[in-house]
Design a protein. Structure first.
Length: 180
């Protein structure tokens, strides 16, 4: 029985240990995740823990009206990805990103922030100007999943199920050996 417990302990240790992250996980962003800003930025920046391959990066900034606010392609400088944005309006924004780490592994994540911007007073020239021409709504790009950790949640769940199967098997084997 003691051997079975040692074996179960060893299996659980191996299966439940979290792997070392050699990937370039997100270290910070501006605006920060779950923050409220009062001044509209010209760009969204994402800073990663390690090197990234900028030419394979995407950032989708979706506003409270469902429109995308990205203005051009993102550009990488060192470990920071810069995504220019169109003028923001007040409301909640979702930033979905996908990068390729320096080691070639793709990473993706999603975070939100809220813009609480002052309402601009119309100027006399703006009220007398002709109304702006309507433009078609920008297409919505598919946002990456909420998988901020690169899939480790699913791996951990599978490891837990595997450990449970091993434990049940060991207990069944121990009971079989005790039965006369």
């Amino acid at each position: 029985m003691r051997t079975a417990l040692v074996l179960v302990g060893a299996v659980l240790t191996v299966l439940l240990a979290t792997p070392a992250h050699a990937h370039s996980g997100i270290a910070s962003s501006n605006p920060a995740a779950n923050s409220t800003i009062t001044t509209a930025p010209d760009e969204i920046t994402l800073t990663f823990a390690g090197a990234i391959r900028g030419n394979f990066s995407t950032v989708v900034v979706t506003g409270p009206d469902g429109a995308t606010y990205g203005d051009g392609k993102p550009r990488a400088i060192d470990r920071t990805l810069h995504q220019p944005v169109k003028p923001l309006v007040s409301g909640r924004y979702t930033v979905a990103w996908r990068i390729v780490a320096g080691d070639g592994h793709p990473l993706q994540g999603v975070f939100t922030f809220t813009a609480d911007l002052p309402v601009a007073e119309p100027t006399p020239s703006a009220t007398s100007a002709a109304p702006p021409a309507t433009t078609p709504e920008p297409s919505r790009a598919a946002a990456p999943s909420d998988d901020e950790d690169g899939g480790n949640g699913l791996l951990l769940a599978a490891a837990g199920v595997g450990a449970l199967v091993v434990i049940v098997g060991i207990v069944a084997l121990a009971r079989r050996r005790r039965t006369p």
